[in-house]
Every structure is written in structure tokens, then in C-alpha cells.
Design a protein around this ligand. Structure first.
Ligand SMILES: O=C(O)c1ccc(O)c(O)c1
Ligand SMILES: [Mg+2]
Length: 560
């Protein structure tokens, strides 16, 4: 397991320390990191050895092949100087990117001949050359093209570097990799990415993600490479604007977690399997707002102990805290001990309360108490948390990996105070969502753009809304425009009742969703009551902007 220094922020030494402490075996040294370092190549070699890291690749060497004779001479001289550095580093493989130079010509024979020459020079020093097709290379921009050239060059010290980004961003078929002989695959670089329609160079340099955080099929890709018989490093190479300026220790842990999950999917590592989950045993809220406790009663909860509230299968702990937030999510695991061991294997650090997630919430594992209950609420449908926009991919990967949840389709919507990105993961029983503001600039928008919420399940949302309103629960009022639009779009048969009770509505190909919300407590947390009819899969995200505008109105009213 290896990682390129370019993935991380800081000086070369910051990066090496972070990589080693996250448990990687090796690094790709990115040339810029070495050039900017005050350490000599020999000292870098010693530093890596002290940290238990091998130097698996030196990169990149650019714009070498298919050039006129005078440029070739200069390029070979440049290469010899880099081989000197590699010799001092103790690195034996150099990555050569396909040329983007205006000096290059479209001539595969010439490219093969000149790469053969370079491989000869490398072989003289016991080194090898890994040729990588950049997706934006001038003439060579696909892995099959780079493979044709490497095959034509036929030099034992010349092979391929396969990079999942360059292959998958261009829609390349990784199955075609299977026919490449193992001794010709010198190196494997892994990066995921979100599906974006943009210039491929910009996409690559700014938006790569760790495996499992984007839209690419990394499992299929690595499976194809392993089918060749490749036994070299699995190395992460992720250019990402956020990671470049984040704590490298945190990024390295995130990177390692992503690689472990990928290896688990490929059957390459035996992590404690994620036990089946039976839903939630509870959630915990810290608050200083007395209105939150008052609402618990109006929602039909009763106290079962100090700070403990229950209704049917829905259990909540409310403790006093300076700021209101969801502090813990307790899931019902069929094997809590194994759940904890899995979390630990995935570099989470459990304490006596549970496992701290990157968003600050504690995830605890309990066993389901058999609570047949009276009442309108029967359990918890989902918990919706928040994270800074920059952390959300890492946070989402954490929940999916540790709890064994599957990512659901992402949504993006325009809320009254800006765009919101909405992610969720589920196993059908436990659902975790994250809503994040896509920008946080200026001081016009409220400090908390979208609060957290706990969604309780009910078998009859209309009945629950009536009863809770009658008990004095502070429920959100929804305006007529919403219902007129709903009538136009979906024409629900019970439109009048929905309108009369301020219940929101959505429908998908599987079923219907009825939901309503309380006011926001402590500026941060509200409750939602949801009814799933049939197999409705979503969260009513289409209604979120309306709900958020209504929350804004209720906040203004309550602050008057
Ligand atoms: O963006 C680049 O230039 C670049 C350099 C080296 C790589 O391995 C790569 O995939 C991209
Ligand atoms: Mg690469």
C-alpha cells in the first residue's frame, strides 16, 4: 500500500511522517516535493527507511518521447541527472508521462525507439521506466496506445504505469488491461473522481478523490489489473485542492481507510465484516434549549430515566450542553464487539463512548432492546448530520465503511441561502444523511445554513401531525404555494389533508413519502416525522428548500 506525496499538504517531511503513521508501506516521491525539500536525496532515503517506508516510484518525468534528435539529446541528459537523484534515493522506477510538448511528433515508431533508448540507460543503472498515458497527452492519451508503444519498444526495463483516473475518465474499458502480461505492468496508481463534465486536465488536477469517494468503478479496474498477475504496489495518486491544504495526518488516515475498503472488496484483506444492523437503539442530543424538552412531551415521548426519552422503538437521550447538536448515534448491531473491531481496523479510535466520526458525532454500537410500544412514533428512520463542505467526502466514506452502508444517489438543491449538496447511505434499516452548504462566504446567510435533524417513523403522518399539533408541539407551517405546486406536479389524492396539516409529500416509482418538521431548537436541531408508504427510497429532498424557507420564517417569528 503506497501513496504519492502529491496527495498531501505540507513539507516533504510532514508528508512522510503522516504516510508512515497511517500505516502505508511506501511512497511515490513527487519531484516538486523533493526539489523544494532541504533534505538531500540521500537524507530522504534515510528518513524513509527510519519511518519504515520504501520509495516505490520517482515521478514525473515529462515530455521525453518522439522528438527531433537535438531535443532527444537534451532529454537523455535530463534523464541521466534524474537517474543520479534516484540512485541516491534508492528508487528504481521512474514514471514517464506521455508527452504534451509541442516538440513531439505523432510517430509511434519514433516514440518506441526513443523509449527503448531511455530504458537502456535506466537498465544500465538497474532501473526501470514506467510509461503512463496522460488523458491529455499530445498524441498518446489512452492506456491502449501507451501499451502499443511499450510492446513495440520491447525492452525489459520499459513497462506501463496504469492510472485509474486516466483510464476511467476517458471511458476506457479496463477489461482490455487483462491481456497485458504482468511483467509489463510496472506500476498501478489509483484515484477516484466525481462525474464532472469538464476539461480532463482540470478534472484530474483539482478533483480527484480517494477510491470509494467518487463515481469510478475502482474495484473493477483493480480487478482487471490484478488479473494480469500484477503484484506491485497499490498506490494512491490523488490531486485534490482540499487535500492539498488540509492536515496531512487526517488525509493520510482517510486515504488508508479508502484503500482498506477497496482491498476488502477485492478480497485482498480480511477486515472484521460489518455486522448486520437492526436499526437504531437511540440518538443523543446536547442542548441548552428548554423548548426542546418541552417538545418531546408534545411529540408523545415519555421519560424513562434521567435524560432518557422513549416512544415505541424511538429512544432519545437529551443531555445539557452549551450548544445544541446531535452528539451520538447509537445503532443496533447484531455483533457490537465486531462492529467496534471493524471500526478500529478502519483506523477509527473508539473510546468508552463509541467511535468518533470525522463530523464530530460519536457512533455507538448497542443491541436492540425489545421495545414494543404504544404511540404514534415507532422508531428512527434516519439521522441527518452536517459537515463542512470540504470534509463531506471523507465523512461519508467513514460512515459507509465503518457501518457497512451503501451510498445512495446524491442530490444538489438550491436552498434559500445557497446550494446544498445532500449525501446519504443506507442498508435499508440505518440511514445516515449529510447536508452541506456548498459555499460559506459572506455574512448574509444564517450561520447554520442547514441544521441537523432526527427523523422518526410513523405509520400515519397525518394522524401524527394532528395529534402533535393538538398537544402543542411547535410544528412547521407550510404555505399554500407549495400545495398548489404539489397539486400540479403529483396531484396526491389527499392534497387537502396534507395542506390542512402542513405535511410535505413526495413520490417515487416505489411508493410515497409524507413528512413534517418541528421548529429548530437551539439554532441547530429539529425533528422530522416521516411515513414511508410502499418502498419509497428517498428523503423528500425535493421539499427541502420549502422546509428551509419555512424554518427561516419560524425562526424570525420565534425571535420576535
Ligand atoms: O497532472 C499531471 O501532470 C500528472 C503527473 C503525474 C501523474 O502520474 C499523473 O497521473 C498526472
Ligand atoms: Mg498518474
Amino acid at each position: 500500500m503506497s501513496i504519492a506525496t502529491v496527495c498531501l499538504s505540507g513539507t516533504l517531511d510532514d508528508k512522510l511522517v503522516a504516510v508512515a503513521s497511517a500505516g502505508f508501506d511506501g511512497v511515490e516521491i513527487f519531484e516538486n516535493d523533493l526539489v523544494a525539500s532541504s533534505l538531500s536525496p540521500k537524507r530522504i532515503r534515510e528518513r524513509c527507511a527510519d519511518l519504515g517506508l520504501t520509495i516505490d516510484l520517482y515521478q514525473p518525468f515529462r515530455d521525453f518521447e518522439a522528438v527531433p534528435p537535438d531535443v532527444l539529446a537534451a532529454n537523455l541528459r535530463r534523464a541521466e541527472r534524474k537517474f543520479d537523484v534516484m540512485a541516491e534515493l534508492g528508487a528504481d522506477t521512474v514514471l514517464v508521462c506521455s508527452s504534451v510538448s509541442p516538440d513531439a511528433v505523432d510517430d509511434d515508431d519514433l516514440a518506441a525507439e526513443q523509449l527503448h533508448l531511455l530504458a537502456d540507460r535506466a537498465a544500465d543503472r538497474g532501473m526501470r521506466v514506467a510509461y503512463e498515458a496522460l488523458a491529455w497527452g499530445r498524441f498518446v492519451d489512452t492506456f491502449d496506445h501507451s501499451w502499443r508503444i511499450v510492446r513495440r519498444a520491447a525492452h525489459p526495463a520499459l513497462g506501463l504505469c496504469l492510472d485509474s483516473f486516466h483510464v476511467l475518465s476517458r471511458g476506457g474499458d479496463p477489461a482490455a488491461i487483462r491481456v497485458i502480461p504482468a511483467d509489463k505492468v510496472f506500476f498501478l496508481q489509483l484515484a477516484d473522481a466525481p462525474r464532472l463534465r469538464m476539461d480532463v486536465l482540470q478534472w484530474s488536477r483539482h478533483h480527484r478523490l480517494f477510491p470509494g469517494q467518487g463515481a469510478f468503478d475502482l474495484t473493477g479496474f483493480v480487478g482487471s489489473v490484478l488479473a494480469t498477475g500484477y503484484t506491485g504496489p497499490l498506490s494512491l495518486e490523488v490531486f485534490n485542492d482540499v487535500f492539498r491544504q488540509s492536515d496531512p495526518n487526517r488525509t493520510a488516515v482517510d486515504a488508508m481507510r479508502s484503500l482498506l475498503v477497496l482491498k476488502e472488496k477485492l478480497g485482498l484483506v480480511d477486515l472484521p465484516r460489518a455486522p448486520a444492523l437492526d436499526g437504531y437503539t437511540g440518538t443523543e442530543i446536547a442542548t441548552h434549549d428548554p423548548a426542546l424538552r418541552e417538545t418531546m412531551t408534545a411529540l408523545g415521548f415519555h421519560r424513562t430515566g434521567t435524560g432518557r426519552w422513549r416512544q415505541g422503538g424511538a429512544t432519545l437521550t437529551i443531555r445539557t450542553g452549551a450548544a445544541t447538536r446531535i452528539t451520538a448515534v447509537e445503532v443496533a448491531s447484531t455483533d457490537p464487539e465486531r462492529s467496534r473491531r471493524r471500526a478500529e481496523a478502519l483506523l477509527a479510535r473508539p473510546d468508552e463512548h463509541g467511535v468518533p466520526a470525522p463530523d464530530g458525532t460519536t457512533v455507538a454500537f448497542g443491541t436492540l432492546a425489545n421495545v414494543a410500544g404504544e404511540g404514534l412514533l415507532t422508531g428512527i428512520d434516519h439521522v441527518s448530520l452536517t459537515a463542512p463542505f470540504d470534509d463531506v467526502d471523507q465523512t461519508a466514506l467513514f460512515y459507509r465503511a465503518v457501518l457497512g452502508l451503501t451510498a445512495e444517489p446524491e442530490a444538489e438543491f438550491a436552498a434559500p441561502y445557497g446550494l446544498v449538496r445532500s449525501l446519504s447511505a443506507s442498508d435499508g434499516r440505518v440511514r445516515i444523511a449529510h447536508n452541506v452548504a456548498m459555499l460559506r462566504r459572506g455574512d448574509w446567510a444564517p450561520a447554520v445554513t442547514d441544521p441537523q435533524h432526527i427523523a422518526f417513523t410513523t405509520a400515519d403522518a397525518l394522524e401524527a401531525a394532528k395529534a402533535m399539533r393538538a398537544s402543542g408541539a411547535r410544528l412547521l407551517d407550510i404555505g399554500d404555494n407549495y400545495y398548489d405546486d404539489l397539486d400540479a406536479r403529483l396531484a396526491p389524492p389527499n392534497l387537502d389533508e396534507l395542506r390542512a396539516n402542513s405535511v410535505l409529500y413526495d413520490r417515487d416509482e416505489h411508493g410515497e413519502y409524507l413528512h413534517f418538521s418541528t421548529d429548530i431548537f437551539g439554532d441547530r436541531v429539529f425533528f422530522e416525522i416521516v411515513q414511508r408508504v410502499g418502498g419509497y427510497l428517498g428523503y423528500g429532498v425535493v421539499n427541502s428548500p420549502v422546509r428551509m424557507a419555512a424554518h427561516r420564517r419560524s425562526r424570525l417569528r420565534n425571535s420576535r
